[in-house]
Design a protein around this ligand. Structure first.
Ligand code: EPU
Length: 337
């Protein structure tokens, strides 16, 4: 057997929130054949399965029973189609490294998504997005393997049912597949998208793709804590959507409130602003805190547990509900049963 299987495997360093977690069994298949071997093993022993990517958008319980599969296929390659280029990226390719490699080649499409942590395989699950671009804007297809019988399938972008921080992988396919490869479409023709925040003011009129990626890195670096030095999972809450009437009432009371009207009449609010206005920026209790430069990010100072984190997050959401009557929904996924 070529697949290495580890028992009682620590995952504390494998999740950017730094939560203590032990996997009963753990495998990191580096090929599709090894992945199928892992699935067959789990089936034989009737082990529950958990798939882990870069662990940057997950809340792990103290123990994961059964088998944790962490795909280790890490190749990427280009397929030329004249002006447009297809990028094939296997599940374990670090997202940010891929974005920078494309930007260095002046291939346009992914540059606004620089410095997002995590692996390519996890990117479609929450449809990663930043600075006015979402993965769904450049995704062509997703290759996957079904956990129950190991069969391969390819989903088109339409099949993925993408929404804001949402996809079929959080719905009908949740816990049923492992994503093995993404296919992205990027372009040789410059197409900078600089409409979000102060991105344009940091760049020339005709920036290179690399300059855009570097500007995004600079902005993120100013606001967001680096998980390598302060544990976090990026935005802990989604930006809430409220109906038009509620938005109008809130705006009458708080004219400076950031608000983004949506095509369906609803209005997206900035959860970070709401938390900030509750006076919670920099608030710390126990082992967790609200980041002092971006209130949407909860940070773990070390020594805490998933239960404590969920209690802390619940307290933040309760304060926002009391003050603004708006409910916040959690962004990172709970990996436990
Ligand atoms: N704001 C505050 N105080 C704060 C945080 C934000 O007043 O503590 C205000 C800002 O001044 C701004 C508005 O809220 O007017 C929005 O803030 P920002 O531009 O920082 O973006 P965000 O809505 O808080 C979202 C994504 C981020 C992404 C940025 C940039 C979600 C849940 N988060 O944050 O994604 O980087 O936009 O596009 O949609 C992530 O998902 O982990 C993530 C970091």
């Amino acid at each position: 057997m070529s697949l290495a299987l580890h028992t009682d495997h620590a995952l504390t360093d494998a999740n950017t929130l730094g939560l203590p977690c032990v996997a009963e069994h753990h495998a990191a298949p580096a090929t599709l054949a090894e992945l199928r071997e892992a699935l067959a093993l789990a089936q034989r022993h009737d082990w529950p399965l958990t798939v882990l990517g870069g662990g940057s958008n997950l809340i792990l319980p103290e123990r994961l029973e059964g088998l944790v599969i962490q795909p280790a296929m890490g190749q990427w390659w280009l397929e030329e189609h004249g002006d447009s280029v297809l990028v094939h990226a296997e599940a374990a390719v670090p997202w940010h490294a891929l974005v920078m490699a494309l930007a260095q080649r002046e291939l346009w499409g992914a540059e606004n998504l620089a410095l997002i942590p995590g692996h390519c395989g996890a990117a479609p699950i929450q449809n990663i997005g930043a600075y006015g671009v979402e993965l769904s804007d450049l995704l062509e297809s997703v290759h996957l393997v079904h956990l129950d019988d190991g069969r391969e399938a390819v989903l088109s972008a339409a099949d993925c049912a993408f929404g804001y921080r949402d996809s079929v992988f959080k719905g009908a396919l949740e816990g049923r597949v492992v994503i093995t490869r993404l296919v992205l479409r990027v372009s040789r023709t410059p197409r900078p998208r600089l409409g979000y925040g102060d991105l344009a003011s940091r760049l020339d009129a005709e920036p290179t793709a690399l300059a855009v990626a570097q500007a995004v890195c600079a902005i993120r670096g100013e606001k967001l804590p680096d998980p390598a030095t302060l544990c976090n999972a990026g935005s802990f809450f989604k930006n809430p959507l409220v109906d038009g009437e509620r938005a109008r009432r809130l705006l009458a009371e708080h004219p400076a409130m950031p608000n983004f009207p949506q095509p369906d009449g609803r209005v997206k609010l900035a959860a970070g602003w709401l938390i900030d206005r509750c006076g919670l920026k920099g608030w710390r209790r126990g082992h967790f805190g609200v980041h002092d430069r971006q209130a949407l990010v909860l940070v773990h100072f070390g020594g805490g547990s998933a239960d404590e984190l969920l209690g802390f997050a619940g307290e933040v959401a309760a304060r926002v509900r009391e003050r603004f009557g708006v409910s916040l929904e959690r962004e990172p996924r709970w990996a436990g049963v």
